[in-house]
Design a binder for this molecule. Structure first.
Ligand code: SF4
Length: 158
């Protein structure tokens, strides 16, 4: 039953990708993602990693993980925003050709919940301004992440 459900979800993703490519004139488009863990429990990372396995195989749709921010279209940010990662996040953004962030997982949206902690800080302005989308969930499923990335790929290729 679970396998059937997964197959249906994958079929829907394939259909969605075909439709979204049609909407931008069928031209091929790609998306290069730099990922930065800003204080996650690692479950969001596991779901992100699943995009590269043979089931989801994001590369078949032109979605790739990119180690260098200089070649990245978007920065995928996971976890609550911790003080010790602030500099890394800002340096990564500065190195990107166009600063764009997609936050992944509920932690990345829950700044106010941990305001009394020394270790956790609100997003600085340059980071907040660069956020263009959020994928909710704890953690979000690979299907949800892929759907958001398809939308990003289309937006960026227009
Ligand atoms: S949103 Fe959930 S799964 Fe993702 S880092 Fe936070 S606690 Fe972990």
């Amino acid at each position: 039953m679970e396998e059937k459900l997964r197959k249906n979800m994958l079929d829907q993703l394939v259909e969605q990708r075909k439709q979204s490519l049609k909407a931008i004139g069928g031209k091929p488009c790609s998306l290069f993602i730099r990922h930065l863990d800003c204080g996650s429990c690692n479950a969001c990372e596991m779901e992100l990693n699943a995009l590269t396995n043979p089931i989801y195989d994001a590369a078949q749709w032109g979605i790739h993980f990119e180690p260098s921010p200089r070649h990245a279209d978007i920065l995928a940010l996971t976890g609550i925003y911790v003080r010790s990662l602030d500099r890394a996040a800002r340096s990564t953004l500065e190195a990107m050709p166009v600063p764009r962030i997609v936050t992944i997982g509920d932690c990345a949206k829950s700044e106010e919940e941990f305001q009394n902690s020394y270790a956790i800080i609100p997003y600085p302005d340059e980071v907040r301004k660069a956020i263009i989308a959020h994928v909710p969930g704890c953690p979000p499923s690979p299907e949800k992440i892929l759907q958001a990335l398809f939308t990003m790929a289309n937006l960026i290729s227009k």
